[in-house]
Every structure is written in structure tokens, then in C-alpha cells.
Design a protein around this ligand. Structure first.
Ligand code: UDX
Ligand code: UDX
Length: 465
């Protein structure tokens, strides 16, 4: 370690490249739990950094404001000076985005690793002392090898050790997930220096995570485990959603089926909520990545199996639109429809891959007049629906959004939507009034009694027509 690079009273100088949904909260938690470390987050986007340094953080996440504001300026810093950040640190987390490739070989499937590679080159150029490089971004298996090849490409005397440490936090519960993770996974090379770097990183987490929850593996198993965890989670949702469609035909109730099935300890009760489809930046991207890797190795049957998880999800969104269209006399043209929720899940303003984007776009195609309400996601919704101007309004107050509409479609499970006065809403709507509950969050029989025609997911329809 080059001692002149270090400010003495911190035991580690941690850097994170990429101040997004993953990097921001994860580093805030390390800074919060480890006042003995100096944690700096850098990003190429100066606006994002300015937001992290302001009163209004760039992402909404329950509990995040408190820990950022308490640590900022003490041992947590946000900066655009990537070079200085690299020079001063001994542990570098890389948390830049790895979107699905939109061009060339693997377009629509493979991960676009251009930011990843650029970051590796930047580390190599700027580093003047030894570093542990931690892959935080979700990456195709064997990416660490590519990282190593770049970092080891010059003989400048600086040594790097590459670790894989995927992040399993879910948005909306990020702080809780970081504070009490089911497990922390660290993959390394099985060499002496690899194992040493791995225990250095394990010690960072051991400041607040019990030892038995810190799992160490080889580097390839760690990289692959992250893709597989997301694929399994998404697969549960596609499984229950596929059954929901069958329930709609057979008068079975998907919630009761999920409960009965989930009570089998081997299956378990979590993550079995039928819905309008899963969204978020990870599930689709990571599964397509897995599919691409399988195809690359000639494992076409395995690829097809996982691809169907995404296909069912696409089907589920279209099925929801078709249910709306059929229920509302096969025409939506000129009808005001209120979308309750645009975020991909509750407690976040994030709308990446939100099923609401697809559904809104399809409803606009059907020439409906949309009104969108969401407590945190309207800014992102406006960006997502650019071009739909004139056909879409964005209204913060759900009562105002619903007034005069023919239908409400609940697309995000915000608690707020459970607690509204639906009697008041019913009175303000056009009749017959429809409610399509894409998240099964409201009391269907109560709404039916108020006069609504109710269309849940995977449950018998309650209609006065
Ligand atoms: C992203 C990926 O989506 C996820 O798969 C991975 O596990 C972690 O990174 P997220 O944090 O949600 O997750 O992404 P995003 O909010 O887009 O943040 C990435 C940040 O990296 C952005 O702020 C972007 O400006 C920054 N970035 C990107 C750099 O600093 N340098 C680059 O070269 C590219
Ligand atoms: C996911 C993984 O859970 C997390 O471990 C990983 O690090 C990143 O990807 P995230 O996408 O933030 O996290 O949220 P998650 O809670 O997994 O929800 C994903 C989507 O599935 C949301 O659209 C959610 O509404 C939907 N979902 C979830 C269902 O439709 N039904 C369920 O039972 C659970």
C-alpha cells in the first residue's frame, strides 16, 4: 500500500464506482456501521452526485435519508473525482450498470459490459497502490476473468485482487436487507492472495453481519449464484401467475392456492403473490443473461426453460390488458382510465421495467385517456411515457385521478391504495365503474358491494353486469 495515499485515522478507504440504487444504499450502510472506514462514492453523472449531496436524494428508499444524512461529511462522501477516489482507496466496489445489450451480437439478451470494461481500464490507469476490486454489479459468470485480464495487462507494480460480492437487496426494503441480510456472498480465487482479499472483505461485513451469514465460495459460483437467485425468484412469480390465469377459468382462488401450496415447508409461503407481472431492473435482464450464457454453451433446452419465465411475464401483462378490454365492452377509445401506481413495486420511485409501462402504452394504443397517480414515481413515469403527451395526465391525488374515470387499474401495491375511501371514489366515477386489481390488494367483496365491477388477478370476477 502506498502510505502517502492514505489519510491515517481511517482503517480502510473504500471507494464505490456507480452511485445508483445498489451502490448508494450499500455504501451508506457500510459508512453507517463502520465509522472507522472512509467511504467515497463516485459517479460519472455529476447531477446524480449533486443530488446525493443535497437534501433530496436521487432515490427514494425508506430509511435511507437518515443514514446518509448522519454519515455524509463524516465518513461518507459523494464525488465526481473518480481518479482521486481510485488513488486514495484500498477497496473498490464496482457498481456501474450492466444493461441488456441493444446492439450487435447478443442484442436484447447479453449484458452490455462497456461501462464495466471502461471502469476496469480507469482503475488500471489511475491506481498507484494495491487494490481489492469488488464486483458488486450483477455480471455474467466469468466476468471476473475479463476484469483480471484488463487489470493484469500492464506491469506497473500495482497488484489487484478481484472478488465477486453480489448484492441481494430488494428495492423498497434495501436498508432492512442491508442491515440484516440473509447472507453476504463473497467469491474469490483460491490463491493465497485471493483468500486474503476475501477475508479482508469479510471483515468489513463482520462489523454488523453474523459470521455464519457470511458465505465464501469460489469466484465463479458467486457470480452465477446471483443470476440464479434472481432467476429462481422470478420463476416463482411466473409460476404463480401462470396458475392465476388458470384460476380465472376454473373459479379457483389463486391466493388460497398459494397459501395451500406455500404451507408445504419445502415450497414456503414467500414470493407467491400473483400480480400483473414482475418488473424492476434485475429480473428480466438477469434471466436473459442466463439464457444467453446457456445458448453460448450450446445448452438450448436449459436456455428455453429459463426463457419461458420471461415469456409468461410478458403474457401476464398482455392478459391484463385484454381482461380490461373485454370487460369494458371491447372498446377503451376516449374512456378515462386511472392507473393507481406506476412504480414496479411499492415503496420505491423506480419504474425500470415496470409492468405499468407496458400496460400504459397498450392502453394508449387503444386510445384510452390515461390518468396516472403514484406517490413517488410520477417523475419517472413522465420520462417513461414521453411521446404519449395529450393522452396521459399525471395527478398526485388519487381521488382527483379517479374522478370521472370509467375504470381504475391498480398496478402497484402501495399501502395508500388499500386505505382510500372507495365509496367516495365510486361516487365520482362514470358508471358502470370497473376496478382491475393487478396486485390483489383491495377488499374485493366490499368494493363489489359499493357497486364496482371487480376484476382481481386469479380470482372469480365480481360483476353486476
Ligand atoms: C446496476 C445494475 O442494474 C445492476 O445489475 C448491478 O447489480 C448494479 O448496478 P443500479 O445501481 O440499480 O444497478 O443501477 P443504476 O441506478 O443505473 O446505477 C449505476 C450508476 O453507475 C449510475 O449512476 C451511472 O451514472 C454510474 N456509472 C455508469 C458510472 O459511474 N460509470 C460508468 O461508466 C457507467
Ligand atoms: C430483486 C431481488 O429480490 C433482489 O434480491 C435482487 O438483488 C434484485 O432483484 P427487486 O427487483 O428490487 O429485487 O424487487 P423484488 O421485491 O424482488 O420484486 C421484483 C418484482 O416482482 C416486482 O415487480 C414485484 O412487484 C414482483 N413480485 C414480487 C410479484 O409480482 N409477486 C411476488 O410475490 C413478489
Amino acid at each position: 500500500m502506498n502510505k502517502t495515499d492514505m489519510i491515517p485515522h481511517f482503517t480502510h478507504h473504500i471507494l464505490c464506482i456507480g452511485a445508483g440504487y445498489v451502490g448508494g444504499p450499500t455504501m451508506a450502510m457500510i459508512a453507517h456501521k463502520c465509522p472507522q472506514y472512509r467511504v467515497t462514492i463516485v459517479d460519472i453523472n455529476p447531477e446524480r452526485i449533486a443530488q446525493w449531496n443535497s437534501d433530496r436524494l436521487p432515490i427514494y428508499e425508506p430509511g435511507l435519508d437518515e443514514i446518509v444524512k448522519a454519515a455524509r461529511g463524516r465518513n461518507l462522501f459523494f464525488s465526481t473525482d473518480i481518479e482521486k477516489g481510485i488513488q486514495e482507496s484500498d477497496i473498490i466496489f464496482v457498481s456501474v450498470n450492466t444493461p441488456t445489450k441493444t446492439f450487435g451480437v447478443g442484442a436484447g439478451m447479453a449484458a452490455d459490459l462497456q461501462y464495466w470494461e471502461k471502469t476496469a481500464r480507469q482503475i488500471l490507469e489511475s491506481a498507484t497502490s494495491d487494490k481489492i476490486i469488488v464486483e458488486k454489479s450483477t455480471l455474467p459468470v466469468r466476468t471476473a476473468r475479463a476484469m483480471e485480464r484488463i487489470l493484469f495487462s500492464t506491469q506497473n507494480g500495482v497488484r489487484f485482487e478481484v472478488l465477486s460480492n453480489p448484492e441481494f437487496l430488494a428495492e423498497g426494503t434495501a436498508i432492512q436487507d442491508l442491515e440484516q441480510p440473509d447472507r453476504v456472498l463473497i467469491g474469490s480465487r483460491q490463491t493465497e492472495s485471493g483468500l486474503k482479499a476475501r477475508s479482508t472483505l469479510a471483515e468489513v461485513y463482520a462489523n454488523w453481519v453474523p459470521q455464519e451469514r457470511i458465505l465464501t465460495t469460489d469466484i465463479w459460483s458467486s457470480e452465477l449464484s446471483k443470476l440464479v437467485a434472481n432467476a429462481f425468484l422470478a420463476q416463482r412469480i411466473s409460476s404463480i401467475n401462470a396458475i392465476a390465469v388458470l384460476c380465472e377459468k376454473t373459479e379457483a382462488d389463486v391466493s388460497q392456492v398459494a397459501k395451500a401450496v406455500g404451507m408445504d415447508a419445502r415450497i414456503g409461503p414467500k414470493f407467491l403473490n400473483a400480480s400483473v407481472g414482475f418488473g424492476g431492473s434485475c429480473f428480466k435482464k438477469d434471466i436473459l443473461n442466463l439464457v444467453y450464457i446457456c445458448r453460448y454453451y450450446g445448452l438450448n433446452e436449459v436456455a428455453k426453460y429459463w426463457e419461458s419465465v420471461v415469456e409468461i411475464n410478458e403474457y401476464q401483462k398482455e392478459h391484463f390488458v385484454m381482461t380490461m378490454l373485454n370487460a369494458m365492452f371491447n372498446t377503451l377509445a376516449g374512456k378515462r382510465i386511472a392507473l393507481f401506481g406506476f412504480a414496479f413495486k411499492a415503496d420505491t420511485g423506480d419504474t425500470r421495467e415496470s409492468p405499468a409501462i407496458y400496460i400504459a402504452t397498450r392502453l394508449i394504443e387503444e386510445q384510452a385517456d390515461l390518468v396516472i397517480t403514484d406517490p413517488k414515481a410520477l417523475v419517472n413515469a413522465k420520462t417513461d411515457l414521453k411521446g404519449g403527451e395529450g393522452k396521459v395526465q399525471f395527478i398526485e391525488d388519487p381521488y382527483e385521478a379517479a374522478a370521472g374515470s370509467h375504470a381504475i387499474a391498480i398496478l402497484t401495491e402501495w399501502r395508500l391504495f388499500r386505505e382510500l375511501n372507495y365509496e367516495r371514489i365510486y361516487r365520482s366515477m362514470e358508471k358502470p365503474a370497473f376496478i382491475f386489481d393487478g396486485r390483489n390488494v383491495v377488499d374485493h367483496s366490499k368494493l363489489y358491494q359499493l357497486g364496482f365491477n371487480v376484476y382481481p388477478i386469479g380470482k372469480p370476477v365480481l360483476t353486476h353486469l
